[in-house]
Design a protein around this ligand. Structure first.
Ligand code: WQD
Length: 340
């Protein structure tokens, strides 16, 4: 009997790629999603990749009665991976209460049900945004968290504290937070990928839509940063490498290999790459031209951040494997697929 894993937000970008890797590793997956930022067709696309259509329930995790009913129905859950959250940085500045309501209540309802229904293992989708602009690079897990740059980032930081405190109050619970850097790219089959609704906030979908002719020109937000080419630096990680880190984290918990009841890990490549280097890499990998212009910095952006991944490498036995060119090529293949 294979372990049953609840994946909240499992029809989303990172969630769907993680469901594929869980199924490839023999786990039985059930998805809960409210479809506010994803499409139900993703279930069919996952099935096309793995041959297994995940079980699916549609409701909002802020509805604690619906969630309790779900836990009654699925009474043999072994672990939970919690992705479901609102995640647009800019939107969170305009609608902070919506972000605090959704992201905090969803997590608190999940943890209440973990207590009530004896489900003891949680992997949480956190973010490097909890570090703000670090003084020292690369960022390790000992780098102090900073005042978040946005309500979105603050919800991630608060959620980490909620998990830590709840886990320490119930000796049966174990939790791992994975602090993502910048997830990009798509599954090699191009059957699943990033599906931003409306005008993309993030660099890669805007870039691929520009090359595809959907957007006029890519704006590079600033070339006056204190970096080698003046554009801002991030740690871009292939979404499939990120998905695999979740499987490893689940295994760590199910096999009781965790050192502490609550742990957190940086999940990045360890390489800092600038926006202009992304453009160069994309053009090299795809032989396509990226029309762009340099504009002013975007408010709230930090200058540079990239991960020290040695803890995840050593403790989880995980590392990102994809090259930047391969990752950007997968993003372009996905863009062409969704336009076909
Ligand atoms: C990357 C770089 C921009 C768009 C945010 C969240 C993080 C996670 C990922 C949710 C920056 C530059 C961007 C554009 C540009 N969110 N850029 N032109 O801001 O690093 O991270 O998204 O999970 O938690 O903080 O990602 O892709 O928006 O920006 O020049 O049209 O690309 O200035 O330097 P970011 P991003």
């Amino acid at each position: 009997m294979s372990n049953q894993i609840l994946v909240t937000g499992g029809t989303g970008f990172i969630g769907s790629h993680t469901v594929v890797e869980l199924q490839n590793s023999g786990y039985d997956v059930v998805i809960v999603d409210n479809l506010s930022n994803s499409k139900i067709e993703v279930l069919d696309q996952i099935e096309e990749i793995t041959g297994i259509k995940p079980k699916f329930e549609q409701f909002d995790l802020t509805d604690k009665n619906k969630l309790a009913g779900f836990f009654e129905k699925y009474s043999n859950l072994d672990a939970i991976i919690h992705f479901a959250a609102s995640k647009a940085v800019g939107e969170s500045v305009e609608k902070p209460l919506m972000y605090y309501h959704n992201n905090l209540n969803s997590l608190m309802n999940i943890m209440q049900c973990m207590n009530d229904f004896d489900v003891n293992n949680l992997v949480f989708s956190s973010s490097c945004t909890v570090y703000g602009q670090p003084e020292k690079l690369p960022v390790t897990e000992q780098t102090p968290r900073k005042e978040a740059e946005s309500p979105y980032g603050n919800t991630k930081s608060i959620c980490e504290d909620i998990i830590r405190d709840t886990v320490y109050a119930n000796s049966k619970l174990k939790g791992i937070a994975l602090r993502y850097f910048n997830p990009i790219g798509a599954h090699e089959t191009a059957k699943i990928g990033e599906l931003p609704l409306g005008i993309p906030n993030n660099l890669i979908p805007f870039l691929t839509q520009t090359v595809a002719g959907i957007r006029e020109e890519l704006s590079v937000f600033g070339d006056d940063y204190n970096t080698p080419d003046g554009s801002a630096i991030r740690d871009y990680i292939h979404v499939v490498d990120l998905a695999k880190a979740h499987v490893v984290a689940i295994e760590r918990l199910l096999e009781n290999k965790n050192q502490k009841a609550y742990e957190y890990f940086n999940v990045g490549t360890g390489n800092g790459v600038s926006v202009l280097e992304i453009i160069e890499s994309f053009e090299r990998a795809t032989r396509e031209k990226v029309p762009y212009k340099i504009v002013d910095r975007r408010a709230g952006d930090i200058e540079k951040i990239y991960a020290d991944t040695s803890l995840a490498n050593d403790e989880l036995g995980w590392e990102a494997k994809s090259t930047l060119d391969e990752t950007l090529h997968s993003a372009w293949k996905w863009q062409k697929h969704i336009m076909a």
